[in-house]
Design a protein. Structure first.
Length: 470
């Protein structure tokens, strides 16, 4: 392919960003507003596209893009790109996946609109025939499934839709989860399982086929968060609306203007209105690509008091939020050692751990904690889940520890009630944490609630605040 040419069609084929600019009037009635991030994304897509066309492995098979709403992401990644890919190699098969079929079908309609336009056929038709030997034609033309006469295919579906009958050269997840899915434990887990076990099998060649994810952040274990926790390498372009340490790669920070990603479309007035309309959690995720506000939500990071050592004149108890399973799709069992400092009217937390353990191993864990962190007068408080009752009986039968179930209205009122009950005591600096390597996880669960993957510390602290402060 020539890098410099007087032929406008070849020039656009050689530069995806220019091709996208050319496509814009076909897919949008709005004036195109340029910004540096569009070019950066286009350059990455061009690199990936050339690798696909040459059947070469890109530097990263997993490519993640997090950008605010209104950043031209779908037009750039899910609509114009397939048309450009077919100019390079019309045999390319692409699957476009969204949280709902309506969203992916919208992308399908826009992409097909480009292909069928008189402008596209008129400009690229002669060059295409010269490059590939015959004109480009659609021989299958359904709303969500269309194919050309070279074997190329565009297939639009949802995360829970049909995907098992075909194989693709690239899979694009454009908003694989929305807020409703990401913030529902059962829906989020089901969606992530599809990414783990179904879609990876839909690759033509598993060694070289890339997957692209583009979405805003909603939860620490949303699609992008889930993918990032795997051991596989990935490319991550994260561009929050406001300059922060979340920017990735870090060198992208130099392109921000007055601390803003896009000072025209996402200026301070627009962002302030979005923050007011959405609230701090939704704004943090959708605009700043953080699943939760940096300073915290219902509970703030700055509210906690840290101690270098645990006071020795405090009686400590062990609090257990039991999941009793070693399966990491579920929550871990939470262990917290806390006591009430009567002299200073404050709650001391000196130990926390969350581990995936079945009942026999939970008992072993307790046997390890009690001699080191508690004494003979300590109580073990167990959350009264179904298996919790039998576990209490096991402790009574096999040990000399004092043990009882957690009681009171907070058990029935739910997690939000427990967090809200703990929040005033945290804000008034009456919750103190003994410094330890467990602090970050403990505090993050509290400050990120309800957008964090686990929340055992929320339950345990809520129960303890209720018990000790009344």
């Amino acid at each position: 392919m020539k890098k410099k040419t007087d032929d406008p069609a070849l020039e656009l084929i050689s530069d995806y960003y220019k091709f996208f600019r050319w496509c814009w009037p076909i897919i949008s009635q709005e004036e195109f507003i340029p910004n540096w991030h569009i070019k950066k994304i286009a350059r990455r897509l061009q690199y990936i596209g050339l690798c696909i066309a040459d059947r070469k492995k890109p530097d990263y098979l997993t490519n993640l893009f997090s950008v605010p709403p209104g950043s031209t992401k779908s037009s750039l990644i899910s609509q114009a790109w397939i048309c450009w890919l077919w100019l390079l190699d019309p045999s390319i098969k692409i699957m476009n996946v969204s949280y709902a079929s309506d969203a992916s079908i919208k992308n399908s309609f826009a992409a097909k609109q480009i292909i069928k336009s008189e402008d596209f056929q008129g400009l690229f038709g002669p060059v295409f025939k010269q490059m590939h030997g015959k004109p480009l034609e659609l021989i299958r033309d359904l709303t969500d499934d269309w194919e050309n006469n070279f074997g190329g295919k565009f297939y639009a579906t949802s995360v829970t839709g049909q995907a098992t009958a075909f194989h693709f050269h690239v899979i694009v997840f454009d908003d694989a989860q929305n807020a409703d899915i990401a913030n529902s434990d059962s829906k989020r887990v089901a969606s992530n399982r599809m990414h783990d076990f179904t879609f990876p099998t839909r690759k033509v060649n598993k060694e070289i086929t890339p997957i692209i994810y583009v979405m805003q952040r909603f939860n620490s274990d949303d699609t992008i968060g889930h993918v990032m926790k795997k051991k596989e390498p990935y490319y991550y372009l994260c561009l929050p609306a406001e300059l922060s340490d979340a920017v990735s790669p870090p060198e992208m920070k130099e392109y921000y203007t007055d601390g803003l990603l896009d000072p025209v479309r996402l200026n301070r007035a627009v962002l302030n209105k979005a923050k007011s309309d959405l609230g701090s959690f939704a704004y943090a995720g959708q605009y700043n690509q953080a699943p939760y506000p940096e300073a915290g939500g219902h509970i703030k990071k700055e509210w906690f008091v840290y101690l270098d050592s645990a006071p020795t004149d405090v009686a400590y108890d062990l609090w257990v939020d039991g999941a009793y399973t070693d399966k990491k799709d579920n929550d871990p069992t939470g262990f917290m050692v806390a006591g009430f400092d009567v002299k200073n009217n404050r709650l001391i937390v000196k130990y926390y751990a969350g581990e995936w353990l079945e009942i026999p191993d939970v008992l072993k864990k307790i046997n390890g904690i009690m001699p080191n962190e508690c004494d003979a007068g300590s109580m073990i408080y167990i959350e009264p889940k179904a298996s919790g009752y039998s576990f209490i009986q096991m402790i009574q039968r096999e040990t000399l520890y004092n043990v009882t179930r957690i009681t009171g209205r907070l058990v029935q009122d739910g997690k939000m009630a427990r967090v809200k009950y703990a929040a005033p005591k945290c804000e008034s600096s009456r919750v103190c944490l003994v410094r330890g390597n467990w602090n970050d996880e403990f505090v993050t669960q509290l400050t990120a609630f309800p957008n964090y993957s686990h929340d055992e510390s929320c339950d345990l602290l809520g129960y303890a605040v209720k018990k000790y402060f009344g």
